[in-house]
Design a protein around this ligand. Structure first.
Ligand SMILES: Cc1ncc(COP(=O)(O)O)c(C=O)c1O
Length: 396
């Protein structure tokens, strides 16, 4: 069968691949500690479950409006008003089957073949693949020279007359960086000056720690509003990854196109999951706060344990639930005779020998690094880090 070049050129999601391998080792009875998937280990909030049950029993099991049930779109607007003081109309909100398809749809509505999108690296695995799917060009801007916060001069240098969009992801996956006010504001001002759309992916906005603050880009640069599409959802803060509900907010014109495109892909997002998300947005604030507290303790724990790791370096994360560390000093060295040729080999040998699953940095356009997702119990974190340390100590 003929397979399109587009499909052939696609890289499968490395994070999903690592989780799948870890799960299959677990099924074989191996004592796997998985730091692979970017997903909270907590159960979804009771209010989400209750709303879903009531929706199913009440017959809310049919197609919904393509952009989502009005109640949920209203709740998203209320959330943005309460949390950030931003006024959106339900008509300017599209509910999607997760943040991921909404990003895909937004890119589909923004890019013509050959158009450029600025992506700050290390970057979440799907941005570049999604851009390529629409025959766009991802222009990568490395942030590792500045603790993973983009330097405005690097961003400015990347802009051409084909630049259509800039993806900003703070708090960041995979680095855990939280963009400071000035850096974020200058990126947004650059977008305004050069007529670039901002895709503002703030799916981790509830997960910042210590003195760090998450800044909503439109609070800093309100004049960017008519060129900003906000992407958020219930997956991370509400521990609802499997329900597959995200939301996008933006100017009416582009949201109309996004809605039309979604209408040809998924139609609406799952009806029952939309009701569950409504339950979460209305009643799960205390659960979000409690989970945040647990993540904050885990973050402190893992940062302490990472400090003891020989041969690797890392920048302390302030947000999301990831630690990003550099293994370049170990490349070319060996573990029990096996040469660690790159970050992927590092992760493969570690998983095969110590049953600890991590994701190689090359999946995030930043080889020589490794991502740890610490959405695990404190006990698992201690055990996984103990084995990682043992592995590192055994490297010749
Ligand atoms: C930065 C970022 N954006 C978007 C998503 C997608 O979220 P969802 O599960 O709602 O599709 C993820 C999930 O890993 C993410 O890390």
């Amino acid at each position: 069968m003929h397979v399109s070049a587009r499909a052939r050129n696609m890289e499968p999601s490395a994070t999903l691949a690592v989780s799948a391998k870890a799960k299959s080792l677990k099924r074989e009875g191996k004592p796997v500690v998985s730091f692979g998937a970017g997903e909270p280990d907590f159960n979804s909030p009771p209010s989400a479950i209750r709303y879903a049950e009531e929706a199913m029993r009440g017959g809310q099991t049919h197609y919904t409006p393509g952009a989502g049930i009005p109640e949920l779109r209203e709740a998203v607007c209320a959330y943005y008003k309460d949390r950030f003081g931003l006024e959106y109309k339900p008509a300017d909100v599209v509910i999607g089957a997760g943040a991921k398809p909404l990003l895909y749809e937004a890119l589909g509505c923004l890019i013509d073949p050959g158009d450029e999108v600025i992506v700050f690296t290390p970057a979440w695995v799907s941005y570049v693949e999604q851009i390529r799917f629409f025959d766009g060009k991802a222009v990568l801007v490395d942030t590792s020279n500045n603790s993973f916060i983009p330097r405005i001069e690097d961003a400015r240098r990347a802009v051409t007359n084909r630049t259509r969009a800039m993806i900003i992801n703070t708090p960041n996956n995979p680095t855990g960086a939280v963009y400071d006010r000035d850096s974020l504001a200058s990126l947004a001002k650059l977008a305004v000056e050069r007529d670039i759309t901002i895709l503002f992916d703030e799916i981790y906005e509830r997960l910042v720690y210590g003195d760090s603050v998450h800044h909503q880009v439109l609070n800093l640069v309100p004049e960017a509003r008519d060129r900003t599409i906000i992407i958020n959802g219930v997956s991370k803060a509400f521990a609802m990854t499997g329900w597959r509900i995200g939301y996008a907010l933006g100017p009416s014109g582009i949201m109309g196109y996004l809605n039309d495109l979604q209408g040809h892909i998924t139609s609406n997002a799952c009806s029952v999951a939309q009701w569950a998300s409504l339950g979460a947005l209305r009643e799960a604030e205390a659960d979000v706060v409690a989970m945040h507290g647990a993540f904050s303790r885990r973050r402190d724990l893992i940062v302490d344990l990472m400090r003891e790791m020989p041969g690797v370096t890392f920048t302390e994360p302030n947000g999301a639930f990831y630690v990003w560390f550099n293994v370049e000093g170990l490349i070319g060295r060996s573990w029990r005779g096996e040469i660690i040729v790159d970050d992927a080999a590092f992760c493969r040998i570690l998983l095969d020998s110590k049953y600890v699953a991590l994701v190689p940095g090359s999946a995030f356009m930043a080889g020589g690094n490794v991502r740890v997702s610490y959405a695990n119990s404190e006990e698992e974190i201690r055990e996984g880090m103990r084995r990682l340390r043992e592995f590192l100590e055994e490297i010749d």
